[in-house]
Design a protein around this ligand. Structure first.
Ligand code: ATP
Ligand code: TZP
Ligand code: MG
Ligand code: MG
Length: 268
């Protein structure tokens, strides 16, 4: 995939202003809405089981995130997900903290089992736990774990028959057959809570305008990583508080020229 294709997809997001329906966690709600707006998408958070089917069917994408899970939310996610599936709305799933508690692990497995997910995005530990492989996890962070994240992503994609993204220093995107590595990003992203969750919603915005999940994922990851690099550069040594604000600025400002110049993808 070329940087030029990524530029075109980013332009489509900005032109089409897709509605992204998020059922996400209480930590990241405001940051996610602001990040999607900055990018050029249109966020909505809707959780009531009475309305989620109606909201999901008019959205360009549905993003499910189990970061602060409750029983009522599981019910809503399944209703929303089934409606999205019936209306060909792509569903992005972020299994935050899968492996940390049995409740999270079982719920994550239930969601991938009962819904047709287009893109699964998490850290290595979360993806391993969704497919029942060993990997340590500390709360919602990746944990130590030893293993090959490329092989893990490919195994998960083949097993679940979906596009899988494992993020970290480098991001792996695969459908089990075709695999890309996106090298963009900055370590300061790990010092701001919700940068993984916002990324999953940004992937939703790209999936809303690009049917090919692999292409949408690579375009989203590259745009996100390049925006982060520019933001980190702008704030110099100021720290995570300044970065959080500057990152929102750069999700809005990141240009075609920036992507052409800085986008760093390899295909395996
Ligand atoms: P975790 O809870 O383990 O931090 P997460 O769900 O927050 O996971 P990350 O894996 O941190 O998600 O990914 C969020 C973004 O941060 C991605 O764009 C990823 O490329 C980027 N990122 C994470 N770690 C690094 C790093 N060390 N260097 C560069 N970019 C990084
Ligand atoms: N606790 C429950 S959800 C959440 C925390 C701290 C946010 C996790 O965000 P991310 O994007 O996975 O770092
Ligand atoms: Mg994080
Ligand atoms: Mg996360």
């Amino acid at each position: 995939m070329s940087n030029e294709q990524i530029v075109n997809t980013l332009e489509k997001v900005r032109q089409q202003n897709p509605l992204v329906h998020n059922i996400t966690n209480v930590v990241v709600t405001n940051f996610t809405a602001n990040g999607l707006l900055a990018l050029g998408a249109s966020p909505v958070m809707a959780y009531a089981k009475e309305e989620v089917a109606d909201m999901a069917k008019i959205a360009g994408a549905l993003v499910l995130n189990i970061g602060t899970l409750t029983q009522a939310e599981i019910e809503a996610m399944l209703i929303a997900g089934k409606s999205a599936n019936e209306h060909n709305v792509p569903v992005i799933f972020d299994p935050v903290g899968a492996g940390a508690t049995p409740f999270r692990t079982e719920t994550a497995r239930r969601i991938v089992g009962e819904l047709s997910i287009s893109i699964l995005r998490g850290n290595a530990a979360e993806i391993a736990n969704v497919i029942g492989e060993e990997w340590t996890i500390k709360g919602v962070d990746a944990g130590e774990g030893t293993g090959n994240t490329i092989e893990l992503a490919q195994t998960a994609a083949s097993k679940l028959n979906i596009t899988v993204i494992i993020t970290g220093k480098d991001d792996v995107v695969t459908d089990g057959q075709n695999t890309y590595i996106v090298h963009n990003g900055h370590s300061i992203l790990t010092k701001v809570t919700g940068t993984g969750c916002l990324l999953s919603s940004v992937i939703g915005a790209f999936a809303a305008v690009e049917k090919d999940s692999l292409h949408a994922s690579v375009a989203a990851l590259t745009t996100y990583g390049v925006a982060a690099e520019i933001a980190a550069n702008q704030i110099e040594e100021a720290g995570p508080g300044s970065f959080q604000i500057e990152f929102l600025n750069q999700l809005s400002n990141v240009s075609s020229e920036d992507i052409r110049e800085l986008g760093k993808i390899t295909q395996l």
